[in-house]
Design a protein around this ligand. Structure first.
Ligand code: ATP
Ligand code: MG
Length: 425
């Protein structure tokens, strides 16, 4: 027999894990709706050129992490490393920008693929939930996005959040800063990692993003972006920070935060969390302001701001923070049929309960009462509904609370109502 392996960097999620990932996503979907975002679905693969163009030719994603291949007709295809570029492409393809009602407020959820070295919270296929505001004209759009992320994390159950913010300014500010960085690293780059050597030539800002310890020591002495922001860029950042202050959102300014993608300008931010045991998986979410991405992919120039959460990282951390809040796979009730000849009737009741919105299940085998109770317990059923000859003759079921072990007879007529009441308690 062939032994098929789980592919490196991928994972199977099942039972509680899968359930909780779904719960996280449904909470994020609900919150995004409350901020006026509408969902958008785009394909998992696009032309490789789209990502090369949008993430930036010099970004880690493009230089090292792209999952690209030629399809059977020789097209250069890439599994999306992130969802923003596809969303921008879809906005252009479908001319969604041709509306009076800007900004477009879009939310997305789906898999992203990056050929990275797998480690805790880092996979080759992972899922992102994100939002985009395209055609944003106010610093309030930036503030709203940051607040959406912050409040979402609080609602999901993070007791506190480390929100890191930086401004990488407008183009003029960044050019000035790039020149300063080049001067600073000029005589140090020789002793830095190969990636930094490449970054020095292609995009020195990215050196600040280096995760090599020795390099980080050198980076500590580098000039600060904040000293190179022009007046407009400073004002833009300060306006956002003022709103965050007013809304009680705590943040720290992180001068080294430049983010991995090329397309950002002005404000960039990341959400981090460290558990009591010291577990930290890097950023659980990140985002920023971008001015030219839509134009780069063939649309009009529209300023935008967005963020993305890494759903697996959220799940891993929430499981550690709050194991008891972690949703269980469970049933409202488990039906126990006594007597093979009654299976059809009990199955019919089972269907009725399902049609009334209850989560119920039963076995189609003729099991003993004892075996059935064991199954009900393993399936985390709150109630057992016992039905035999006698119950059928009298149009009743025996309802047993599997927590208190209390038992009573309920007429079939009242069953939905009684279950509803009991499940609310
Ligand atoms: P990192 O610095 O950890 O590599 P990134 O800057 O590359 O993150 P983004 O492109 O901003 O990440 O993606 C947004 C979020 O997606 C991240 O904050 C993280 O939570 C999640 N994420 C990114 N890469 C992975 C991955 N390989 N596996 C799981 N989650 C990921
Ligand atoms: Mg990365």
């Amino acid at each position: 027999m062939a032994n098929y392996q789980l592919q490196r960097g991928t994972y199977d999620a099942y039972y509680e894990d899968a359930l909780n990932i779904e719960k996280i996503v449904s909470i994020l979907k609900r919150i995004s709706k409350s901020y006026g975002y509408a969902p958008i679905h785009t394909p998992m693969y696009e032309q490789t050129a789209l990502f090369a163009r949008s993430a930036g030719e010099t970004s880690d994603i493009v230089t090292k992490e792209m999952f690209n291949f030629l399809d059977k007709s020789g097209r250069d295809i890439c599994l999306r490393p992130e969802l923003t570029a596809g969303v921008m492409r879809a906005i252009v393809t479908n001319k969604l920008y041709a509306t009076k009602d800007l900004p477009l407020k879009l939310s997305y959820y789906g898999s992203a693929f990056r050929y990275e070295r797998p480690q805790a919270g880092r996979y080759r296929q992972f899922n992102q939930f994100g939002i985009e505001n395209v055609g944003a004209t106010s610093y309030l759009n930036d503030a709203e996005t940051i607040i959406f992320g912050y409040n979402s994390l609080r609602i999901l159950g993070f007791p506190h959040i480390i929100l890191k913010i930086n401004s990488i300014g407008d183009e003029e500010s960044r050019n000035a800063y790039r020149t300063a960085l080049k001067e600073f690293f000029q005589n140090k780059i020789e002793n830095m990692c190969p990636d930094c050597k490449r970054r020095f030539e292609t995009n020195p800002l990215r050196i600040l993003d280096c995760k090599v310890k020795e390099d980080q020591e050198i980076i500590k002495g580098a000039p600060k972006m904040s000293d190179y922001l022009n007046e407009q860029s400073k004002e833009y950042l300060n306006n956002i920070l003022k709103v965050l202050d007013e809304q009680g959102v705590e943040y720290e300014i992180d001068d080294t935060l430049v983010r991995g993608l090329d397309y950002y300008s002005h404000v960039v931010f990341e959400y981090h969390f460290i558990t009591e045991n010291g577990t930290s998986l890097g950023a659980v979410g990140a985002g920023g302001h971008y001015d030219n991405l839509l134009r780069e992919v063939g649309g009009p120039q529209l300023s935008s701001v967005g963020l993305a959460f890494g759903v697996e990282r959220l799940n891993l951390l929430l499981k550690e923070i709050n194991p008891e809040e972690y949703a269980k796979v469970e049933l409202d009730a488990y039906l126990i049929c006594l007597g093979k000849e009654n299976l059809d009737k009990v199955f019919s009741l089972c269907t009725t309960l399902r049609n009334n919105g209850f989560n119920v299940d039963m076995s189609f085998e003729n099991k003993s009462m004892g075996a059935s109770f064991k199954i009900a317990t393993r399936k985390n059923a709150k109630f057992a509904l016992i039905i035999g000859e006698n119950e059928i003759a009298n149009n009743i079921v025996k309802l047993k609370d599997l927590n208190t072990q209390e038992q009573c007879d309920v007429s079939l007529e009242n069953l939905v109502e009684v279950l509803d009441e009991k499940l609310v308690d």
